[in-house]
Design a protein around this ligand. Structure first.
Ligand SMILES: *Cc1c(COP(=O)(O)O)cnc(C)c1O
Length: 468
């Protein structure tokens, strides 16, 4: 047996002068290119490479590493999970109008806190406040970082050192460690639970009211439903009780929609207007759930109470920046024209896609997908049930269609996981879900068909390349 020839690497300078070397310098700078080439040579040496490695290949290795390093950490993915408002995938997509408003606000100074006509200092929330008032009928409004912040600010302002009365059936936990009791504690309020998990009556609230009471609160049970032998108190009743005792009544809507969704065949969810008409003194809701805007928390309601929130020093810590205010303003403006809302607001557009359209899409994509993943797999067109997500309408599903990918013959138990991982490894990761031994792609959120097809082209079986 011949002893392998000693590895003779090209010089770093030779690689720098090669086409890939020059590309690496142009894109990443000479220092980074030099480092990366040195490291590539080192890797080849330890991998026990044959004596001569083409200069271009060394350059390629270095360039690939540099590109990988520079890839943004947060990047686009294709959401085929079937959950439209997916918290882990960034919730609502912004309307083009909102995107343009954000870009404009990024590129130039704005009148964020400046009244142009008067030449005087202004207030940042003013840009959105009047729109919220117009659309909801609220007297006033204030904007913060998200709805968790909105709840925190309300409790810390109106119930610090006092009790907040909430039904035991409404002590919610939302993904990402938002637990109502914990928020209350951090806000400096004492939680006063009333009633039982399944039944709470007006008298439970009435009996809990005392000199320590700061407010009465109703929390939308966003992500679950209590069924069976249940009783909850109508908000209007709670509002009356609160008024009798001169206490604020706060309704945390969570998702908070501004329009009756039944107009588009979805189930009607209580709107912000409904909550205010129902007697809530303050309503809190999110910007990036059903509303379809940027992450934000909106408090709408009584002017005197909003004024108190505005004076709380926490408001300064929770305030919105100019980008999100710009996005929120542009998003809310779309609500003035409900007829075109379903085309312009991506969230609503995705909710309203029909199962028939999605099935047609599945039929178009099925042959391409089938060819791309090869004969070891069966690609079926399947019915799906999409979810709204983000704790809105937890039991409501939208009839949808998609692709189910399952092994053609007997395959290792992990085959589906491996395929799912391969789909996550393409340039724009495709995120599906695994159900009953198949990788399921619900197509509701797929609007860019060509982008998905390009990912299919990029789908490779595991690359056994030791150099990669
Ligand atoms: C989602 C939700 C929150 C938290 O809202 P974020 O905008 O995610 O901070 C609070 N309360 C309810 C009822 C919710 O559904």
């Amino acid at each position: 047996m011949n002893k392998p020839e000693r590895f003779r690497p090209p010089s770093v300078d030779t690689v720098l002068r090669s086409a890939n070397g020059e590309l690496a310098i142009a894109r990443h700078g000479r220092a980074a290119a030099t480092d990366a080439i040195r490291q590539a040579i080192e890797r080849l040496r330890t991998a026990g490479q044959p004596a001569a490695v083409p200069v271009e290949q060394v350059g390629r290795l270095a360039l690939d590493r540099l590109e990988e390093r520079d890839r943004p950490s947060q990047r686009p993915v294709i959401n085929l999970t079937g959950t439209v408002l997916h918290t882990n995938l960034g919730r609502a997509l912004l309307a083009e109008e909102a995107i343009e408003a954000v870009v404009a606000a990024m590129r130039a100074p704005t009148n964020l806190e400046y009244v142009v006509e008067a030449g005087q200092r202004g207030e940042r929330d003013a840009h959105v406040r009047d729109l919220v008032r117009e659309l909801t009928g609220a007297e006033d409004a204030i904007l913060v970082n998200n709805n968790a912040s909105a709840v925190l600010l309300v409790l810390n302002t109106l119930a610090i050192g006092r009790e907040a009365i909430v039904s035991r059936g409404e002590l919610i936990e939302i993904g990402g460690a938002f637990r109502m009791p914990d928020i209350m504690a951090r806000a400096g309020a004492t939680l006063r639970e009333v009633g039982t998990t399944n039944r709470t009556h007006l008298r439970d609230y009435a009996e809990a009211i005392g000199p320590e009471t700061g407010l009465l609160m109703k929390v939308h049970t966003s992500n679950y439903v209590v069924q069976g032998f249940t009783a909850e108190v109508e908000p209007a009743e709670l509002a009356k009780l609160a008024r009798r005792h001169d206490l604020p009544f706060v309704d945390d809507l969570g998702s908070g929609t501004l329009i009756d969704l039944s107009r588009w065949g979805l189930r009607k969810e209580k709107t912000v207007q409904d909550a205010l008409k129902g007697g809530a003194d303050l309503v809190t809701f999110s910007g990036d759930k059903l509303l379809g805007g940027p992450q934000a928390g909106i408090v709408a309601g009584r002017k005197d109470l909003i004024a108190k929130l505005a004076k709380n020093p926490l408001k300064r810590a929770l305030r919105l920046d100019k980008l999100r205010l710009a996005a929120l303003e542009a998003t809310l403006r779309l609500y003035r024209d409900p007829d075109r809302l379903a085309q312009r607001l991506p969230t609503l557009r995705l909710f309203t896609r029909t199962a028939a359209d999605l099935r047609a899409l599945a039929e178009r994509l099925q042959p391409t997908a089938s060819t791309a993943i090869g004969s070891d797999w069966i690609v079926e067109i399947i019915d799906c049930a999409s979810q709204i997500g983000s704790g809105a309408l937890p039991l409501e599903t939208l009839p949808s269609a998609g692709l189910g990918l399952r092994p053609a013959g007997k395959a290792a138990g992990s085959a589906v996981e491996t395929l799912a991982a391969a789909f996550r490894a393409v340039p724009v990761p495709v995120i599906g879900r695994i159900a009953q031994g198949a990788l399921v792609f619900d197509l509701r959120c797929l609007e860019d068909e060509a982008l998905f097809v390009r990912q299919l082209d990029a789908l490779k079986p595991e690359t056994p390349d030791a150099l990669a």
